[in-house]
Design a protein around this ligand. Structure first.
Ligand code: AMP
Length: 176
C-alpha cells in the first residue's frame, strides 16, 4: 500500500461541521478508481488470513469499505446503526459524547459465538463510538474481535480506551 498516496488523497476540510474541527473527508479517497482499488487490496491483505466470518460496519461511513471488504474475504456484512433504523429485535449500547449521549444498535441475530468479527469504521478520533461497538459485539461472545479504521487521529489517543486483547489497525495516521 502506498500510504503517502492514500494520505494525500484524503481531503481536509477545516471548520466542518463546527469551527475548530479538521474534518477528514474520505469521499476523495473513494472517488478515484485506482485509489479505491489500492485501499481495497490493502485491507484484503491485512485481514485475508485472520479467518474473519463477519465484517461489521458502523453507520454510515463504515458502510462503504465494510461490504466491499466482506465480499473479498468471503465473509458476511452486518450493520451497526443509529436507533430506530433496524427493523427486527436489537441489542443496544449507549456512550457519552462531548454533548449528551449517543446510542448504537445491532440486530440480535446478526452474530454468534462462532464468528470472528472485524469491526470497521472510517476514522478513530476519541474512540467513544468504536468502544461502544466493541461492547455491543462482545454481547455475542464471538471467538475474536478485530478493529479497523481507515484513518487514526493519533493525538486524541483513541486507542487507549480499548482493552489490550482487541487488535486495532489503522491505515492512514495523522499526528493532529
Ligand atoms: P470518536 O467516537 O470520537 O472516535 O469519533 C468517531 C466518529 O466520528 C467516526 O464515525 C467519524 O466518522 C467521526 N469523526 C470524528 N472526528 C472526525 C474528523 N475529524 N473527521 C471526520 N470524521 C470524524
Amino acid at each position: 500500500m502506498n500510504i503517502e498516496k492514500l494520505t494525500k488523497s484524503v481531503r481536509n476540510v477545516p471548520d466542518f461541521p463546527i469551527p475548530g474541527i479538521q474534518f477528514k473527508d474520505v469521499t476523495t479517497l473513494f472517488k478515484d478508481p485506482e485509489t479505491l482499488k489500492e485501499l481495497s487490496d490493502g485491507l484484503y491483505e491485512m485481514y485475508k488470513d485472520k479467518g474473519i466470518t463477519k465484517v461489521v460496519g458502523i453507520e454510515s461511513r463504515g458502510f462503504i469499505m465494510g461490504p466491499l471488504l466482506a465480499e473479498r474475504l468471503r465473509a458476511g456484512f452486518v450493520p451497526i446503526r443509529k436507533p430506530g433504523k433496524l427493523p427486527a429485535a436489537t441489542h443496544e449500547e449507549s456512550y457519552e459524547k462531548e454533548y449528551g449521549t449517543d446510542t448504537i444498535q445491532i440486530h440480535r441475530d446478526a452474530l454468534s459465538e462462532k464468528d470472528v468479527v472485524l469491526l470497521h469504521d472510517d476514522l478513530l478520533a476519541t474512540g467513544g463510538t468504536m468502544a461502544a461497538a466493541v461492547k455491543l459485539i462482545k454481547k455475542f461472545n464471538p471467538k475474536k474481535v478485530y478493529v479497523n479504521f481507515l484513518i487514526e487521529l493519533k493525538d486524541l489517543k483513541g486507542r487507549e480506551v480499548f482493552d489490550p486483547e482487541v487488535e486495532i489497525e489503522s491505515i492512514i495516521r495523522y499526528d493532529i
